[in-house]
Design a protein around this ligand. Structure first.
Ligand code: ZN
Length: 245
């Protein structure tokens, strides 16, 4: 399957290829990941996610289409909601920062497909500067929460994907803006050593996830996530369970 901007997120593309977000879904809960791929479960988009998407759309040059697709951006009076005024403020800060803009100056939303650990992958880069670097734009609550999102896994796949396409071994950067009252900006390089460890972790898990995705193995249910809660049946439990840990 040939990927482009209009079919990249399609059910067919998700069935055909692994992606970093799919891989991270499998790490969280295999049953949820599979249900998402099969479109049996779609987690609702939160406003917090929409702020990031708003800023992404601006730098992609697709803000107009984004606002048309997301009427939640506006109030009933047709004014930008306060969160999106925040997004506009962040965009303004980024535009005024020469270094940040340099990292965002590459080819936008470049799609690559490749094979890694015997399975097909897809990836889409926020900013790709040939022979220089791969940059992903993040709009986040604060800098400290970044490692929780495991961007090392994303960097590992992107670096491997660029290399597999014969485009060289390039460093991976996160261009980060925060949603704090006064937005903060910095460029974080995820060191190659971290990416190598993350890639190893992917290699250890991917064949099982691929088996689950193909239907060769049963998915495990975490029992805790929102998807698991939508399909669970009530059971009788001891009240004291709630007092432990
Ligand atoms: Zn679950």
């Amino acid at each position: 399957m040939e990927l482009n901007q209009s079919n990249y997120y399609s059910p067919e593309a998700d069935a055909c290829y692994f992606s970093v977000s799919q891989f991270k879904d499998f790490m969280k809960c295999e049953a949820m990941a599979l249900a998402k791929i099969r479109r049996q479960y779609t987690p609702p988009a939160t406003r917090a996610m929409l702020i990031g998407s708003f800023v992404d759309a601006y730098f992609e040059g697709t803000l107009e289409a984004f606002m048309k697709d997301n009427p939640a951006v506006f109030t009933r009076k047709n004014e930008l909601r306060s969160e999106f005024r925040k997004a506009n403020e962040i965009i303004g800060r980024i535009r005024a920062d020469a270094l940040f803009m340099q990292f965002m100056s590459g080819e936008k939303q470049k799609i690559l497909t490749f094979e890694l650990f015997g399975v097909p992958w897809k990836m889409k880069m926020d900013s790709f500067v040939p022979d220089i670097c791969i940059t992903d734009l993040k709009v986040t609550a604060n800098f400290r929460s970044l490692p929780l999102w495991r961007y090392d896994l994303q960097g590992a796949v992107y670096q491997a994907g660029v290399e597999a396409n014969g485009l060289g071994h390039l460093p991976f950067y996160l261009a980060v803006a925060t949603k704090e009252k006064v937005p903060n900006l910095d460029i974080f390089r995820v060191p190659d050593a971290n990416l190598a460890i993350a890639l190893e972790e992917i290699g250890e898990r991917i064949s099982h996830y691929a088996d689950v995705k193909r239907g060769f193995a049963q998915p495990s249910y975490c029992g805790e996530c929102e998807y698991c809660r939508t399909i669970k049946q009530a059971r009788i439990r001891n009240y004291n369970e709630l007092l432990e840990g």
